[in-house]
Design a protein around this ligand. Structure first.
Ligand SMILES: Cc1cc2nc3c(=O)[nH]c(=O)nc-3n(C[C@H](O)[C@H](O)[C@H](O)COP(=O)(O)OP(=O)(O)OC[C@H]3O[C@@H](n4cnc5c(N)ncnc54)[C@H](O)[C@@H]3O)c2cc1C
Length: 443
């Protein structure tokens, strides 16, 4: 079965003729933006080329975390934690959100000190997070036999179900009047007097005053059509899901060898704690210099691979006409093949650390392409070149948890409302205004 099962959202039959805002992309970012806008009385159409939430937003680990984030994301993530805590009630649907805590394991003094020092980023927030060790840590990791110096434990963190969340948000946006259009790729935008005046979809035109591109891994391609250079590449991560299992940890746990999160169905989502695959593609060369600082930081965790993906992307047109099928229509769901090797390694590491997992049965594996920016923080911004055009993308492996707040910030920017947090660090122009663009912590 390709990808995880995602709660199905049936798209609307009719295309609206005119709306205030078109949102491109039905992942957690696009659906959250659409919801926020619709709740503010904006007329919204959300266009998704495949089904709601079928790319990154359903394939992720389901971690909702502020811990170990890049400090520039902390204020927005604090807002996200506030939103998640009342989200199900607001949506009238279940996202599986639970504040169950997240643990980052520290095997030695060096990593203990690094995590302890990261904790300073939460000073001033009413969010519990602390270093733990000894009996307290053992109690958090029942049945474990890892030899740890300690761990960063953040009870304020939690989890939600990726296969439920974006669909629940999309349905709630529809309750508030948004049109939800699936199998409806946006081929391009139209302008009048230099400003956004509409979009062309595979099903026809929608007039609008503003567009939000929340296209995940496809955003670079879309922007390229307008000469807008969004530096963005992809890394691939493989996930394994087990059948329900008794006796494993309740809090999610990150260690170098594996990362685990208990699922609502009682199973576990398991992945490598730090290994990712980078498919070399033509744009890898184009953006090599932009990504150099990030590569230096992440070098040991990346496996570079040259293969079919290079040729797929090389064949993908960079330009197309509005009356012909766009590349978005040729690939409805980005569905890379999982790496058995990496997920087996993670599973074996987990079994050695928690013998109870020797009883766990594998239910499914899948992979997902993570879209990354050179500084590993997103773009949530208007784009000066085309008034009315906005980008919310590049969440670099941590967009699921922050998604609801990113949607709020994007809606603030579109509607001219005072922003929920200072959006300066997320501006698109940082890539061209001389800013030193680099990650402040790892992916
Ligand atoms: C394996 C894995 C593990 C991860 N773990 C976590 C985690 O534990 N916690 C966390 O916070 N984050 C995690 N992430 C990252 C997180 O999943 C992403 O940052 C987040 O889902 C991005 O959401 P999005 O809406 O920007 O993109 P996506 O979910 O990829 O959605 C983009 C959508 O846009 C659509 N689209 C693109 N172009 C067009 C077009 N022209 N017309 C119409 N539709 C279009 C696509 O079809 C797609 O559905 C993980 C990601 C992966 C892959």
């Amino acid at each position: 079965m390709p990808g995880p099962y995602v709660v199905r959202v049936n798209g609307d039959e009719n295309l609206p003729e005119k709306v205030d805002v078109v949102v491109i992309g039905g992942g957690i970012i696009g659906t959250s933006t659409a919801l926020e806008l619709a709740e503010r009385g904006q007329k919204v159409a959300l266009c998704e080329k495949g089904g709601i939430g079928q790319e990154q937003s359903s394939r992720n680990w389901g971690w909702v975390r502020i811990s170990r984030r890049d400090p520039r994301e902390v204020p927005l993530m604090a807002e996200a934690l506030r939103i998640w805590s009342g989200f199900d009630k607001r949506l009238g649907r279940d996202t599986g959100y639970k504040r169950a805590g997240i643990i980052f394991a520290c095997p030695d003094d060096k990593s203990y000190e690094e995590h302890e020092s990261w904790g300073k980023n939460l000073e001033g927030y009413q969010l519990p997070s602390r270093m733990v060790s000894g009996a307290e840590l053992d109690a958090l990791l029942p049945g474990g036999n890892m030899k740890l110096k300690g761990a960063l434990y953040t009870p304020a963190d939690g989890r939600a179900e990726p296969q439920k969340a974006a669909p629940a948000v999309a349905e709630a946006a529809r309750d508030k009047g948004a049109a939800i259009l699936t199998e409806c790729a946006v081929r391009g935008i139209e302008t009048s007097g230099g400003k956004v005046s509409g979009v062309v979809t595979e099903r026809g035109r929608i007039a609008c005053d503003a567009v939000v591109l929340a296209g995940g891994a496809w955003s670079n391609l879309f922007c390229g059509l307008y000469g807008i250079d969004l530096p963005q590449l992809k890394v691939m991560n493989t996930v394994l899901r087990t059948k329900p299992l008794e006796g494993g940890p309740e809090a999610a746990l990150w260690s170098k060898d594996f990362a685990i999160r208990k699922r609502q169905d009682g199973g576990y989502t398991i992945a490598s704690g730090h290994e990712n695959i980078v498919d070399i593609v033509p744009k890898s060369f184009r953006y090599a210099l932009n990504f150099l600082p990030a590569l230096k930081m992440e070098w040991s965790s990346l496996s570079f691979r040259f293969g079919g993906r290079f040729f797929e992307e090389a064949r993908m047109p960079a330009r197309w006409n509005m009356d012909e099928a766009s590349p978005f229509e040729y690939n409805r769901v980005l569905d890379p093949k999982p790496s058995l090797d990496m997920s087996n390694k993670a599973f074996n590491g987990l079994k050695a650390a928690f013998p109870v997992f020797n009883k766990a049965e594998i239910a499914q594996r899948w992979a997902g392409y993570i879209d990354v920016t050179p500084d590993a923080i997103p773009v949530i911004s208007a784009v000066d070149q085309i008034p009315g055009f906005h980008i919310a993308t590049g969440f670099s492996g941590h967009g699921f948890g922050i998604g609801p707040a990113a949607g709020r910030l994007m809606a603030d920017i579109v509607t001219g409302r005072s922003p929920v947090v200072d959006p300066t660090d997320f501006r698109f122009s940082r890539f061209s205004d001389g800013t030193k663009v680099r990650p402040l912590s790892g992916f």
